[in-house]
Design a protein around this ligand. Structure first.
Ligand SMILES: *Cc1c(COP(=O)(O)O)cnc(C)c1O
Length: 393
């Protein structure tokens, strides 16, 4: 073996020894509460398909219709010849949905975040990020070459202290709307007020909020009542509640045109298939009209929280479909996840470094497509988790 290959193998062996090794499941059919893995049916509580739209036949029909009208590939980047009428009209509808002047589509949320942060700040500027921000926001901050400052999780006072420091260049404050591992909401009104007092821009990644949070699915910014002026950069993903794929950034004319002109993850990549945009338009209509999906989800969440607390499980204070159950040690989280899998239930164990040491957990996520009997199965399995001492890290 070449030296470099031996090094890679040693590193992988170390990950295995640390019980940090990750494996992929091969899912055989469509997404849904029941998925087929290795010929076995599992009840899944770990997808981000919050409204149960990923396998909705109306989306599949719209996608097929899109393929009939636009073919499969977009053929080029948006700035060359890949920007289709399907993309364009979806952007207009997303702008209207979010109450922003304009919206701009991206192939993935990861790229949208790299694009927005790197286009809005650079060398000589400063980016402030919540410690628990999604990896793509952190990576965008690092790639931008702006001064990089993290503030304590969901702590607007800590942000204020940072913003009160020396101010050269532009300042961009970046936060998740709903934090992906804890399920809690950012204190958006306080963050926006700190930004207003210090002439900083606020960017909110609402990947887990749009479509889910608020009676109309308008997301965390709508619930906080923040206008485009107060929260000028809104990022949303389409692969979670919307059930399709891709993402968008919404904001003012100046923000969106800056992204089009400057954002390398926008300029140097092939536009997503137009048919995906057609399917996403169908999803947007369902998100806006079928509020029973959010109501059903809230019913499941309320019952889960009440009964899980009754079982003595440690939950976090959140009303979102992301419901972590704290285990503590990696060993305990893995043993719990394995026990659930034995019972035919799929729930991922989240370990450091994704979460802080000592806070390994089960990350349970709910979907509007779960029914009460499936929740009963989950609660019954949680009532029979094995005893595992909470030792180690
Ligand atoms: C999933 C996620 C992303 C990335 O979106 P993709 O479309 O999956 O690339 C970005 N931010 C947050 C908070 C997310 O949860």
């Amino acid at each position: 073996m070449a030296d470099w290959e031996a090094e890679l193998a040693a590193d992988l062996a170390q990950r295995r020894a640390d019980r940090l090794y990750r494996r992929r499941l091969v899912v055989e059919g469509p997404q849904g509460p029941l998925i087929q893995v290795d010929g076995r049916q599992l009840l899944s509580f770990c997808s981000n398909d919050y409204l149960g739209l990923a396998a909705d036949p109306r989306l599949a029909e719209a996608l097929q219709d899109g393929v009939r009208r636009y073919g499969v590939g977009s053929g080029a980047a948006h700035l060359v010849s890949g920007h289709s009428a399907a993309h364009h009209v979806l952007e207009e509808e997303l702008a209207a949905f979010t109450g922003r002047d304009r919206a701009l589509l991206f192939s993935t949320g990861y790229m949208a975040n790299l694009a927005a942060v790197t286009a809005l700040v650079g060398r000589g500027d400063t980016v402030f990020e919540d410690r628990l921000n999604h990896a793509s926001l952190i990576d965008g901050g690092l790639l931008s070459q702006a001064r990089f400052k993290r503030y304590a999780h969901a702590d607007a006072d800590a942000l204020r202290t940072g913003l009160a420091g020396p101010a050269a260049g532009r300042r961009l404050v970046v936060t998740d709307g709903v934090f992906s591992m804890d399920g809690d909401l950012a204190p958006l009104a306080e963050l926006a007020s700190a930004c207003a007092d210090h002439a900083a821009m606020l960017m909110v990644d609402d990947a887990h909020g749009l479509g889910v949070v608020g009676a109309d699915g308008g997301g965390t910014l709508r619930v906080a009542g923040l206008s485009q002026r107060q929260a000028p950069v809104l990022m949303g993903t389409l692969g979670k509640a919307f059930g399709t794929s891709g993402a968008f950034v919404a904001g003012s004319e100046a923000v969106i045109e800056t992204l089009i002109q400057r954002a390398r993850p926008y300029i140097y990549t092939t536009a997503p298939p137009p048919a995906i945009a057609v399917a996403t338009r169908a999803a947007l209509r369902i998100v806006q009209t079928e509020s029973w999906r959010r109501e059903h989800l809230q019913g499941l969440l309320a019952r889960f929280r009440k009964e899980a607390v009754g079982l003595g499980l440690r939950l976090l204070p959140t009303a979102t479909p992301i419901q972590p159950v704290l285990a503590g040690s990696v060993e305990r989280a893995l043993a719990w996840s394995a026990a659930l899998e034995q019972a035919g239930i799929l729930v991922t164990a989240i370990r450091p470094p994704t979460v802080p040491a000592g806070t390994a957990r089960l990350r349970i996520t709910f979907s509007a497509s779960h029914d009460d009997a499936q929740l009963d199965r989950l609660l019954d399995a949680l009532a029979h988790l094995p005893e595992v001492a909470d030792v180690g890290q």
